[in-house]
Design a protein around this ligand. Sequence first.
Ligand code: PA5
Length: 454
Amino acid sequence: MNPIKVNIKNINGFVDHQKVDSYYPKISGSVQAVLNKTGAGKEFLGWVTLPENTDVRLLEDIQATAVKIRQMADVFVVIGIGGSYLGARAVIEALKHQFDQLLPSKKSNHPVILYAGQNLSEDYLSSLLEVLDYHDYAVNVISKSGTTTEPAIAFRILKNHLEKKYGPDGARERIIATTDHSRGALRKLSDKLGYKTFIVPDDIGGRYSVLTPVGLLPVAVAGFDIKALVEGASDMAGQLITAQQPENNPAAQYVAARNALYDQGKFIEILVTYQPNLYYLTEWWKQLYGESEGKAGKGIFPAAVTNTTDLHSMGQYIQEGERKLFETVLSVNEPSRKLIIPDDKENSDQLNYLSGKNIHFVNQMAEKGTILAHLDGGVPCIEITIPKIDEYNLGALIYFFEFACALSGYVLGINPFDQPGVEAYKKNMFALLGKPGSEVESKIIRERLGMKVV
Ligand code: PA5
């Protein structure tokens, strides 16, 4: 089975065929570097064989923990940021009922999933605490390093709230930590206080970790089939790793096309979806590609739009603005639900020509029409199609994007598994906050910002 189809014919006219083909030898070399662990960041390639190696006992432990959480909590707060947040949210938002919080509760036998630690907003956290006063809840704090400021602050606040609400023993039952097996403040605290823990493997970085317990526990608590998610990824891995020819390797086609376009000055890639429940999937993709490729003064800038909503905001720019863009349209063949446009005797809205058609058909025609309009406007388009949004296909898509990202990073000549640039803001923030050890930087920065030196 081949759940993902890549169509690059709509880049013809913007970049010639030979240019695209010239990337394939480099891409084959990159596949070998990934498989043989010979490239930059080779110590972070654990995700490559993760799906096929996922231990069934780990999946069972995650499922059993999810059942326990479902019994004790009607709200589950996932604390994490970046790669310790976006993957879980991408999968959950893609699969969940879009208005689940308003469903009669008997219909929903799993907790509402809320998120914390992905920002530093006092209003956000205060509102969350206010809501949690009314609900039984549990928390999954996720941090590979165990020291990231945003989730650490959120966890301190929620731990305190849980301990007041349920007492120290009750709180312990309701806290699950996903972190390193031996290092970091969160590991130390978990061992000291006896929290249930799951491990983020050493050889898997945050943004490649959605198929580890980082993503799998929240997804299981939300009521989705993690086995099917891993199976989809595993089948995709099998296909991408064994494909000998680029035409059988959708990741190679995607990588060749986007790098050939980048070479022509198209340095902004817009991931386009027509399904609002894929919004967080586009956010996850932005992090994966932005943090992996944007370094050493290089890299395609990853952007995203959700159509047709954004056709009424960003559509104008995409059609007629700076011609530095290309689009990657993420198409979904089949909707999960059906809704037919009814006939109307009056036809005062003049829509009877659509009577009997389903909404997805209208959406698909909007998608096809927009691709053509953007091509005419000078925006080349890569199409990636999945059959439908379910666990299996999402697992395949996640693996596809991860594999392609690694190859693309190697083609670009950078290390796709580090993120040195993320430290710059942290250094300044710590200095401004007066973190012990940053006294010298603090003085310099405060002077630069015209602030009182303390
Ligand atoms: O992809 C990454 O490595 C980052 O986005 C991290 O996931 C993010 O910074 C959070 O790190 P941690 O899990 O250590 O708290």
